[in-house]
Design a protein. Sequence first.
Length: 293
Amino acid sequence: MLISMRPKQWVKNVFMFAPMIFSLAEKKAEHMFQPSIVGRSLLAFVLFSFITGGIYIFNDILDRDRDRLHPEKKNRPIAAGRLPIVHAAIFASVLLACVLVLIFCFNREFFYISLFYIVINILYSLFLKSMVIIDIMIIAFDFVLRVLAGAAVNQITLYPWILISTFLLAIFLALIKRRQELLKMQDLVPEKVTRKTLLSYTVSLLDQMISISTATTLIAYIMYVMSPDVQHRFHSTKLFYTVPFVIFGIFRYLFLSYAKGEGESPSEIIYTDLPFTVNIILWISVFVLLVNH
């Protein structure tokens, strides 16, 4: 059950902490890290991780036949037959129901966001994943929902550029993932391709989309840190010093994807590539130091 919930993928939920860092609701930056705010963010992270875990189980149930054709996904407990479908379905249903009750008692806005996340991802597993481009946009929208959930639990007002940057960055990651999947599957006959939308993509098309998403993501972040309103509310005109970290992170990810053949699993890069992980830590640290300077 735990393996099917894919705890390694829960690292995606760290996007829920973004509002705590990029908050514009507090007049003073040092208020962003009050124990009560950090505590609510941590609780929201844990609860939402169980939500995503339950969705992963439902996804594996629906995709079990296609996963058996995949060189790696065939080893998942449900696809491999180690976890009975009935047991998995009951467990996931009870898990989601219980967590939703807890979230409802914790924060109503967070509850509605979580409920919408569940609905949109069930629809994604059923048929939206078969729609070209829509499949990528749904993945990106999931990251935006994570940011919105993180803001909801602490009643944080988000600047629009942060939501735009999050969406574009997630588009970038999703496109890289599709490209690596396509490269891995292009030697297979169509009947053995587990993700049918891959038949509609080409490497050159994905490369063009990746180039566009790379540029727009960087522009959106630069627009954010250079915004007079952001600089005024953070009491700092030096946030642009964090731009090199963002550029390095994106370029490092491109390097790992194009030169090393990685990128199919963003979480694996975070866990295994030390320069990429250190860069994220430095970026957050420098941002916080500039805000509190």
